[in-house]
Design a protein around this ligand. Structure first.
Ligand SMILES: [Zn+2]
Length: 136
């Protein structure tokens, strides 16, 4: 269901970009027509500004969406590669042992000793609670 979600995001990015540019042009033409009929001129610049500005804005928005799709794609690929390698190289028993070990670690995180004052700090603390020395 969530396979190739990166590709889907990229496809959406392209569609959004094109739709955004089309809408900007339409709004620009309407603005030009309305202002033109109201004041009889001067609408060209505003209409063009909306067309160009809106198109550039949608185009740039597309980059962000597209790069997000690219990131999702890459993460998925890395994940698949790692999972495959894990399955190929490690026998079932050692994998089970390792997952047991890591869940144990999660329950009781190892403490670290401050190199400056010797204070025992929690594993998730980035600085010593006693002297604020950074975790080594
Ligand atoms: Zn300390």
């Amino acid at each position: 269901m969530y396979n190739n979600i990166g590709d889907k995001i990229k496809a959406v990015a392209k569609t959004v970009g094109i739709v955004g540019i089309v809408i900007s042009i339409i709004i620009g033409i309407f603005t030009y027509a309305i202002i033109g009929s109201l004041i009889g001129g001067g609408g060209v610049i505003i209409g063009l500004a909306i067309m160009v500005g809106g198109s550039i804005a949608s185009w740039m928005g597309t980059w962000i969406l597209y790069s997000w799709g690219d990131i999702v794609d890459n993460v998925q690929q890395i994940n698949e590669t790692l999972t495959k390698r894990d399955l190929e190289t490690k026998p079932q028993s050692s994998r089970l042992l390792q997952s047991a070990k890591s869940s144990q670690k999660a329950k009781a995180p190892a403490k670290w000793t401050c190199p400056k004052c010797g204070e025992q700090n929690n594993a998730n603390a980035h600085y010593c609670i006693n002297c604020f020395t950074e975790k080594p």
